[in-house]
Design a protein around this ligand. Structure first.
Ligand SMILES: NC(=O)c1ccc[n+]([C@@H]2O[C@H](COP(=O)([O-])OP(=O)(O)OC[C@H]3O[C@@H](n4cnc5c(N)ncnc54)[C@H](O)[C@@H]3O)[C@@H](O)[C@H]2O)c1
Length: 253
């Protein structure tokens, strides 16, 4: 079940965290993995770790927000290695680095653009680079990692992130309608809190959040990774256009 041998997967932002876990899971199912990250060293380190574990992996660094760079990198990879069958849009930013989570009234248009570029346009750029090939070959699996905040009100200061993730959820739903007849599925994982080792958050606040979840723990990278392995597989050909909530029971739909 969920065998991916012979398939090639491109996972964005796979140098660490959730994306790293997804790359490991797809490789373990037999897929060849293109490990993307903005940080070339991070991409190479993860690809090497996968190769050292006996898998087939390549570092493919690019910035998902740069349309031309995404197009060129995917084209070069497909020419030299082979076509991408599975795309996992994992890159996203809720508020680290120059992305500052803050109430909308304190934001400005530069913030709006920054959050939208990475959390929504990044998804579109990557889909655009692979969708024609997938459709022509009549096989494709597109998975986007979004957030529960794109569906329900959750916290103060995440409106820009949530708006972009909500946009990605709607985009994927309609991409699924446009692509279904070509054998290409498009599904979204609306993710809840993942382990601090993957997210950089830690401490009492996280423990308190875990205690409030029905299952009593926050998520691990292996949780979304397992769902991606299923969604990427042949067996998942009848699921498309869905937003799957993966959150320890904190929200049900
Ligand atoms: N960690 C959580 O608790 C959580 C919860 C809900 C949703 N999510 C979503 O899961 C996804 C992964 O989150 P994470 O916590 O593992 O992130 P992370 O910040 O730990 O890792 C993201 C990786 O993406 C890379 N990256 C950032 N911008 C990039 C760009 N423009 N182009 C290419 N690579 C880029 C980074 O270098 C990094 O290696 C995101 O979409 C996030 O919104 C995470």
């Amino acid at each position: 079940m969920f065998e991916l041998t012979g398939r090639t997967a491109l996972v964005t932002g796979a140098g660490q965290g959730v994306g790293g876990g997804i790359a490991e899971a797809l490789a373990a199912q037999g897929a060849q993995v293109a490990v993307n990250d903005l940080d070339p060293q991070r991409a190479e380190d993860k690809a090497k770790a996968l190769r050292d574990a006996g898998h087939n992996a390549h570092a493919v660094p690019f910035d998902v927000t740069d349309h031309g760079a995404v197009r060129d990198a995917v084209r070069a990879f497909e020419r030299s290695v082979g076509p991408v069958d599975i795309l996992v849009n994992n890159v996203g930013n809720a508020g680290s680095g120059e992305f500052r989570p803050r109430p909308f009234r304190e934001s400005d248009p530069a913030d709006w653009r920054r959050f939208t570029e990475v959390n929504l346009f990044g998804v579109m750029n990557c889909v655009k680079a692979v969708i024609d090939g997938m459709s022509a070959r009549r096989y494709g699996r597109i998975i986007t990692i979004a957030s529960g905040s794109g569906v329900v009100g959750q916290a103060i200061g995440v409106s820009l992130y949530a708006a972009a993730k909500g946009g990605a959820i709607a985009f994927m739903r309609h991409l699924a309608m446009e692509s279904a007849a070509d054998g290409v599925t498009a599904n979204t994982i609306a993710l809840g809190l993942i382990d601090p080792a993957a997210s950089g958050r830690e401490g009492a606040q996280v423990r308190e959040m875990a205690a409030r979840l029905p299952v009593g723990r926050i998520g691990l990278p292996s949780d979304p990774a397992a769902m991606c392995a299923y969604l990427a597989s042949n067996e998942a050909s009848w699921i498309t256009g869905q937003t799957l909530h993966l959150n320890g029971g904190s929200y049900t739909s």
